[in-house]
Design a protein around this ligand. Structure first.
Ligand SMILES: Nc1ncnc2c1ncn2[C@@H]1O[C@H](COP(=O)(O)OP(=O)(O)O)[C@@H](O)[C@H]1O
Ligand SMILES: N[C@@H](CC(=O)OP(=O)(O)O)C(=O)O
Length: 468
């Protein structure tokens, strides 16, 4: 039998300070000592990605003083962590962190001089969060008595397209990762890869979208035919609802790739929406585990769902900051070309539609989009469709979704959802059901989304172990 290989991903919370990094390293070390080969993939320290985005914006708007203040604060944070992990002032780790901060400072100064922040330069800047974490994890593994080597996403072989900010791996990436990491692994060295980032074929740094370190880990898992990919979290795994909203949310022990994608798409912050896609062909399992309780099995994500009779829904989730764009125009919208022009205009803008509904009279189409995309959507529609159409925007909306493969062919699930919302006095603005029958989603007023989530969670009895 082949020896086991695990890809272990550590998020921002698990990298937030020296103590967290040391603990994270000890979790990897435990498996390595049991004879398992491990590839470690790290995120930026908690809060660093947002800080980098903020300071890049400050530089673009001419406020180089506050950008430099933020860089200095981050630098102190990384140096303190290195020192607390035992790095000497003249060590490689300290030198590398100093050099990276210097390059970051220069890149940010370039943005300030040009007053221009392109998606490409934003990616270069924002990826420093992960690049700065990797040497800290390498150091912690070495302090634990292991041999380790850190690499950027590009150095590890992650090659992407040029969609800066939301890049996708190119097919050749899998071979390349195998080439780059196999030698280290067979020499007994643990690779520590900076997550969230890759590079184009020409070597420009790209990022994989917010939360993209999960995606890096599964890309690497596929490339190396890993036994499993483990995502270490600060929660027990995927919960039946956001535990910050629903106090009695419970861990879901098994989910299918499809179910977890729906949950991530509809706002469950616990996983990148595309993270499972590299695993789908091979059936490599993904496990989400709590770093504070490593012996707990967590959530196993695999090809097949595991349904329990009488529990069609496994989790309820919500996307906030949504807007509804209403397109209306009696008589005009019924014409197929007009409908096509609405979707064409949106497709050109690359806007993600969260929900779509069309009235049966065909005089009205409602589109739910992230509020950050609303203006672009509105402009595209006004420019690209018939003048006779009226386009309106409604803000302060949220989309709530129930997810579970047990809904397939089950009657009464939507009725139960609507009854729960009505009893909680929550008005429904839009309704949609995926044809896969993995989810039902509703748009509600944002101010009611938390109470709606709690009401739905209770109505489907999710506050208990949801699978046998
Ligand atoms: N359904 C859910 N299951 C688990 N966690 C959820 C869910 N919805 C939202 N969350 C939140 O997601 C957080 C974990 O995601 P994130 O902070 O991105 O992890 P990390 O950065 O450590 O990888 C949890 O702390 C939890 O509050
Ligand atoms: N640091 C990146 C990538 C990431 O995956 O982070 P985390 O694992 O902390 O969610 C982000 O904040 O988007």
């Amino acid at each position: 039998m082949n020896e086991s290989l695990l890809v272990m991903k550590y998020g921002g919370t698990n990298m937030q300070d020296a103590r967290a990094v040391r603990h994270s390293a000890s979790l990897a070390a435990r498996s390595i000592r049991e004879g398992v080969k491990v590839v470690v993939v790290v995120s930026a320290m908690a809060g660093v990605t947002n800080q980098l985005l903020k300071l890049a914006d400050a530089a673009q708007s001419g406020d180089i003083a506050s950008a430099n203040d933020e860089i200095a604060a981050m630098r102190t944070r990384h140096f303190t962590a290195a020192q607390e992990l035992g790095a000497a002032p003249d060590s490689d780790t300290v030198r590398e962190i100093r050099e990276m901060h210097e390059t970051l400072r220069q890149a940010v100064y370039g943005v300030y001089l040009l007053r221009e922040l392109t998606p490409r330069s934003r990616d270069l800047i924002v990826a420093f969060g992960e690049r700065l974490s990797a040497p800290l994890m390498k150091l912690a593994l070495e302090q634990d008595g292991l041999r380790a080597h850190h690499l950027s996403g590009g150095e590890a072989g992650i090659v992407t397209d040029t969609h800066f900010g939301n890049a996708r791996p190119l097919p050749g990436t899998y071979e390349r990762i195998k080439d780059r990491l196999s030698g280290l692994l067979s020499a007994g060295v643990t690779p520590v890869v900076a997550g969230f980032m890759g590079e184009t074929e020409k070597g420009a740094i790209t990022t994989l979208g917010r939360g993209g370190t999960d995606f890096s880990a599964t890309i690497i898992g596929k490339a190396l035919s890993a036994t499993e990919v483990w995502g270490w979290k600060d929660v027990d795994g995927v919960m039946s609802a956001d535990p910050r909203v629903v106090a009695d949310a419970r861990n879901v022990d098994v989910l299918s790739y499809g179910e977890v994608m729906e949950l991530a798409y509809f706002g469950a912050k616990v996983l990148h929406p595309l993270a499972v896609t590299p695993l789908q062909d091979s059936g490599i399992p993904l496990r989400l585990k709590n770093s504070a309780d490593p012996d707990f099995a967590g959530t196993l994500v695999q090809a097949q769902p595991r349904d329990e009779a009488g529990h069609p829904v496994k989790a309820v989730t919500a996307i906030r900051n949504v807007s509804i764009i209403n397109v209306s125009g009696a008589g005009v919208l019924g014409i197929p070309e007009v409908i096509a022009s609405v979707f064409d205009a949106i497709a050109r803008e690359n806007v993600t539609l969260l929900m779509v509904s069309q009235s049966s009279s065909m005089s009205n189409v409602s589109l739910a989009v992230q509020t950050t995309d609303a203006e672009r959507t509105l402009n595209a529609l006004r420019a690209g469709v018939s003048l006779e159409l009226k386009v309106e925007q409604q803000d302060h909306v949220a989309v709530l979704a129930i997810v579970g493969s047990g809904m397939r062919g089950q009657k009464g699930v939507s009725a139960r959802l609507f009854t729960a919302l009505a009893a909680a006095d929550v008005n429904i603005l839009m309704i949609s059901q995926g044809s896969s029958e993995l989810n039902v989603s509703v748009a509600v007023e944002a101010e009611h989304v938390d109470e709606a989530t709690r009401a739905v969670h209770a109505a489907f009895n999710l506050g208990r172990s949801v699978t046998a």
